[in-house]
Design a protein around this ligand. Sequence first.
Ligand code: BJW
Ligand code: ZN
Length: 255
Amino acid sequence: MSRLQLSEAVRERVRAAERVVVFSGAGVSRESGLDTFRGAGGLWERMRPEELATPEAFRADPGKVWRWYAWRYQQAAEAAPNPAHAAIARLETLFPFVMVVTQNVDGLHQRAGSQSLLELHGTITRAVCERCGSGRDMGEAIAESSERPPLCSCGGRLRPAVVWFGEVLPHETLVLAYEEATFCDLFISVGTSAVVYPAAGLIELAHQAGACLIEVNPEPTPFSHVMDLRLADPAGEALPALVDAIERSRWPPTT
Ligand code: BJW
Ligand code: ZN
């Protein structure tokens, strides 16, 4: 993407911003080779969500669900963060407070260097016991048993530490995310279809709170019409250009 020129209005709001939230979804990891869920080529085109991403699916066929997550764990482990993850991490050098609120479970934001991160839908890097809740490394659990979920020492079954449909999101994480969205000055939504709740409600919150809203997504979303700026390019191109433009708009510093 060529040099990005922000409008005068967005430039001023970015220049004055102190608190930033980056809200990310599967599209941010697309250029790392990981599949999105919805849309052309997405995971749900091949598999139905209710067969894989619900507690009922796990109860009905634990081996099938475990093998699917073992495959996705392997993919994520072999993937590398892309320029979008790197640009998001770079924001922490430009603003006093940055929080990445991700729906992704792949661990790529951490590996790109983002320090402040809320994982709304959990992580694929951990497994957790269904019965006693004790956790362990997902890679070790898969190495022990790749075909079906291994058992915990308490006799319970291990499952990936992710949030399935119908399950509640981790309470403290969600409360913190609500706070960040309510008090941020700049909210950047990237690579999410923004249809899964309560996560997508963060956009509504930031909008109601009067934050400057930027969306990075080749496709429109239900929130595109409220955005102050929409970049309809792949995140790996748009985000480095956006963060460059943000950096220029914040120079020289006001203090
Ligand atoms: C690019 C790109 C590039 C492509 N660059 N962009 C209110 C209304 C309606 C329904 C509900 C509601 N509240 C709750 C619900 C039910 C349900 C829900 O939201 N359903 C809707 C789908 C209809 N929500 C839940 O069940 C949640 N729990 C809950 O609400 O508990 C309370 C409760 C419990 C019991 C009873 C009642 C209430 C839990 C949701 C958990 C979601 N889990 C998953 C799986 C996680 C584990 C795993 O990874 O396997 O999370 S589903 C899946 O969707 C995953 C994602 O995190 C999530 C969001 O998807 P995301 O990231 O947006 O990806 P995509 O694929 O949808 O979009 C990718 C985008 O990228 C696209 O727009 C592309 O254009 C774009 N893109 N290339 C930039 N290069
Ligand atoms: Zn246990």
